[in-house]
Write a protein that binds this ligand. Structure first.
Ligand code: FES
Length: 108
């Protein structure tokens, strides 16, 4: 397997209703992940990039959350319709999508 140029992690954590932390699952991460997977398949991206559904990334209040390495870029409140832009601009062109960036303050 070739080393991926970028690796996309989509938080797909769920929690029971009423849990104080909430979860990306409650906020629609399933559709976000599905859109990434569909885009990867349609555009034959799996050879160049990797896609992984992951557990909680610790930024639950900002979900759905998407993390991209090696850039260390965290996207917040990602909607299914944002996926295409992330793939085109960030994965393919190397330019993060500014409007979706999580605030730097979250890194403390
Ligand atoms: S549930 Fe997604 S970051 Fe915590």
């Amino acid at each position: 397997m070739p080393k991926p140029i970028r690796h996309v992690f989509v938080c797909t954590q769920t929690r029971p209703p009423g849990h104080p932390k909430g979860s990306c699952g409650q906020r629609g991460c399933g559709e976000v992940f599905q859109n990434f997977a569909q885009k990867f398949e349609q555009e034959l991206l799996y050879g160049r990039y990797a896609l992984t559904a992951t557990g909680c990334l610790g930024m639950c209040e900002l979900g759905p959350v998407v993390l991209i390495y090696p850039d260390g870029v965290l996207y917040a409140q990602v909607q299914p319709q944002d996926v295409s832009e992330i793939v085109t601009k960030h994965l393919e062109q190397g330019t993060p999508v500014e409007r979706l960036l999580a605030p730097e303050t979250i890194w403390g």
